[in-house]
Design a binder for this molecule. Structure first.
Ligand code: NAD
Ligand code: DAU
Length: 358
């Protein structure tokens, strides 16, 4: 596949995937399609924006006409679909926006790809050698685990609880339906919580780092006992590369770090690391920890069994949590301008300045 379309490439995970592909595959054309919502930040890609094999296109995944034209114009062979509304708290406030982008947007991408590639059940085998539609999903579709129960496997039943996970579950079903009905060559992955550079500071880890640095209260939902399974974002990007090229069409793979943490333990660890990096006395910022009202429908525990991906495709995370979390703190403390532009809103002017000369 020579011309690869990555949707949501200006977001957190998408920008790592775009960077990896642009650098690793200089002979392939990488097209980054993004609407640039509040979560899209082209400053994430400053270091590769002038590369010859990189193109940015501003478009909305719900716009069928625009998507069809882009597929044709850039002769797209493969699609990695990351564009989505991604924050659970926002989905509680505005579920419609999540249904529109995550469900209708995915359906639009599927229909446009199916039409452009000319997929049908009769040519499915041939299509699977030429094309791939890779849908990036989440472990949240599986619902919530009790403590000490087994991990999420690919065969688990879908039991989404939040409007976000319901919209992602729905989009996963549409992807499989396009495979079964039209022979669209698809693959889906369900990944656990990512952390690392360029994550929007509404999500737990960058929010906590930012608040400690600026002596602001650290909001911990409920008692802080909910568990998440954390994976360094570059390890997710490498898994995406592997699965895009070697994943078996029609299959689903779980991606996770076998790295479960209670929220409160992560928060205390971040207090320790940030205080140390800022030269503050040990525990100086612990008093910032503030227990607040719990998230509605808050899933207790996520934990991923990624043995299928490990055994069948040979993936494993390369960054230990000890290493990744220190690298992440250092990145946020060193990239004060990026963080200030995001929290202050200046990042939204970057597109106009760089792409429209305004
Ligand atoms: P993000 O919110 O940082 O980025 C989303 C990107 O999608 C942004 O650049 C935004 O501008 C773009 N976008 C939103 N609506 C769009 C639209 N209508 N048309 C075109 N572009 C649009 O998200 P993220 O955390 O990088 O997540 C990326 C994908 O990975 C999502 O599909 C998410 O469900 C999935 N995922 C995320 C995590 C995680 O921990 N962050 C874990 C598993 C799966
Ligand atoms: O599991 C994968 C999912 O991980 C992705 O699909 C989502 O896109 C991504 O946002 C993430 O969802 P979470 O809801 O787990 O991530 P978040 O960073 O919002 O919250 C992590 C945990 O921390 C969760 O239990 C809620 C809690 N939390 C979060 C925030 C923002 C707090 O206690 N305080 C906070 O201020």
């Amino acid at each position: 596949m020579k011309n690869i379309l990555i949707t949501g490439g200006a977001g957190f995970i998408g920008s790592h995937v775009v960077r990896l592909f642009v650098k690793k595959y200089p002979r392939k054309n990488i097209i980054n399609l993004d609407k640039l919502t509040y979560a899209g930040n082209l400053e994430n890609l400053k270091d590769i924006e002038n590369k010859k094999n990189y193109t940015f296109v501003k478009a909305d995944v719900t716009d069928y006409k625009a998507i069809s034209e882009i597929l044709r114009k850039y002769e797209i062979d493969g699609i990695i679909h990351l564009a989505a509304e991604s924050h659970v708290d926002r989905s509680i406030k505005d579920p419609f926006c999540f249904a529109k982008t995550n469900v209708i947007g995915t359906l639009t991408m599927l229909q446009a790809a199916k039409e452009y590639w000319g997929c049908n059940l009769a040519n499915a085998k041939e299509m699977s050698k030429l094309h791939k539609f890779y849908h990036i999903s989440t472990d949240e579709v599986y619902g919530s685990l009790e403590f000490n129960s087994s991990l999420f496997k690919e065969t688990n039943k879908y039991e989404p609880h939040s409007p976000y996970s319901a919209s992602k579950a729905s989009s996963d079903h549409f992807v499989r339906a396009f495979h079964d009905t039209f022979g669209l060559p698809e693959v889906i992955t369900n990944c656990s919580n990512n952390y690392g550079p360029y994550q929007f500071p509404e999500k737990l880890i960058p929010l906590v780092i930012n608040n400690i640095e600026h002596n602001k209260p650290i909001p911990v939902y409920g008692k802080g006992l909910n568990v998440r399974d954390w994976l360094y974002v570059e390890d997710h990007a490498k898994a995406i590369d592997l699965i895009f090229h070697n994943g078996v069409v029609g299959e689903t793979y779980n991606i996770g770090g076998l790295n479960e943490w209670k929220n409160i333990d992560i928060v205390k660890l971040l207090v320790k690391i940030v205080d140390e990096k800022l030269g503050r006395k040990e525990g100086a910022s612990e008093s910032l920890i503030t227990y607040v009202q719990d998230r509605a429908g808050h899933d207790l525990r996520y934990a991923i069994d990624s043995s299928k991906l490990r055994n069948e495709l040979g993936w494993k995370p390369e960054t230990s949590f000890e290493e990744g979390i220190v690298k992440t703190v250092e990145w946020y403390l060193q990239n004060k301008e990026w963080l200030a532009n995001v929290t202050g809103g200046a990042y939204q002017k970057y597109y106009k300045k760089m792409y429209l000369n305004k």
